[in-house]
Design a binder for this molecule. Structure first.
Ligand SMILES: [Zn+2]
Length: 357
């Protein structure tokens, strides 16, 4: 009985499953076409959902526009201006300001301190507030106790590796690429990919301006606003366009050849990288973490001072061996020490030393 029904049913099933599969494949094909339209990834540069002819993420017109601008360039040193990548947040110490900048900030604060002192002499209020402000600049704030030498400063940038404002957060940064052709650069531009570069600082005001102009021009072209209308547009209208042009854009990128100053900064950063490489190992060898804080909580003050000095001197010898002592923070050692003595003694004795007048 069951065998019969099986024999009878099977061909029927095959037929129906054949027609069903036809319908299914038809549906799937149509679904795929719809999905392709719906899910098409917009062009990284203009946001339009059309053929992404370059690197799978940039449309033909955006690709051609860049070629028109730079394809004939023979530059081999380039700057990519793009948003700072989130992963780089962990590398904050690398952005630490140079000791030269620290010292100049300290000098500014000194004059503030003097002013407050003069104020407190008349009011009798101790100048605690200014000390609190000066403290974090002179020494890392993460730690109460401070001994000479300031191991935490070893990770500072060298003064010649500083380039204008240092980036923080989601800002547009300048990434320098060396020995790179336009064709290679175009790929970095397409994907806002900073691999193989060093970030040297924030985008220049001129870069920002050009990015803004380009962004809004691309948008107005896309939505078909004629130039006459742009010229007569109100500020509110321009703001509206700007909002629409930048909405949801995450891949703002801009390229241009690097200028000599940027190449100089990049060279200085490469020297800094060489300097920074051995530091963590040396500090660890003497019992400190990369910020110069003892790894073992039990290290007593004398040992701390002794080991700190050993580590400091070993770093100095290492820099010397690399031919990189000049240009390092050791150029500022005397000034640092003078400031350290001044502020550290103030910080440690402030409660007992400050007497109301
Ligand atoms: Zn495009």
């Amino acid at each position: 009985m069951s065998d019969d029904s099986h024999v009878q049913v099977t061909p029927k099933d095959e037929n129906s499953s054949l027609s069903l599969s036809k319908v299914r494949s038809g549906l799937i094909a149509r679904g795929r076409r719809d999905a392709a339209l719906l899910l098409a990834v917009p062009c990284n540069k203009c946001g339009e959902r059309k053929d992404l002819a370059f690197a799978g993420c940039v449309c033909t017109s955006c690709s051609e526009a860049l070629d028109k601008q730079w394809a004939s360039s023979t530059a081999t040193d380039w700057v990519l201006i793009a948003k700072q990548l989130a992963e780089e947040d962990g590398e904050r110490p690398w952005y630490a300001v140079s000791v030269a900048t620290r010292l100049s900030v300290l000098k500014l604060m000194e004059s503030d301190l003097e002013q407050t002192k003069r104020g407190s002499e008349t009011t009798g209020v101790p100048h605690k507030e200014s000390e609190a402000q000066a403290g974090p600049v002179a020494v890392p704030s993460s730690e109460r106790k401070q001994f000479w030498p300031p191991l935490g400063l070893l990770a500072s940038r060298s003064p010649d590796a500083e380039s204008g404002e240092l980036p923080s957060g989601e800002e547009l940064c300048r990434y320098v690429f060396r020995g790179t052709t336009y064709a290679q650069m175009k790929l970095h531009w397409a994907k806002s990919d900073s691999t193989g570069s060093l970030v040297i600082g924030e985008a220049l005001p001129d870069d920002r301006y050009k990015i803004d102009v380009q962004t809004i021009a691309t948008y107005l072209n896309k939505v078909g606003v004629p130039p006459e209308e742009v010229e007569e547009a109100s500020e509110a209208q321009v703001d509206k366009w700007w909002e629409a042009a930048t909405e949801g854009r995450t891949n703002i990128a801009f390229i241009r050849p690097a200028n000599p100053e940027e190449i100089g900064t990049h060279n200085a950063l490469l020297r800094d990288q060489k300097r920074h490489e051995p530091i963590a190992g040396i500090l660890e060898k003497w019992g400190f973490d990369s910020r110069g804080i003892p790894l073992a909580g039990s290290m007593d003050d004398d040992e701390w001072k002794h080991r700190g000095l050993q580590a400091w001197e070993e770093v100095r010898r290492t820099f010397e061996g690399l031919g990189l002592l000049k240009g390092s923070l050791f150029d500022y050692e005397e000034e640092l020490r003078a400031n350290f003595v001044k502020y550290d003694s103030v910080a440690r004795t402030s409660t007992s030393e400050v007497k109301p007048t």
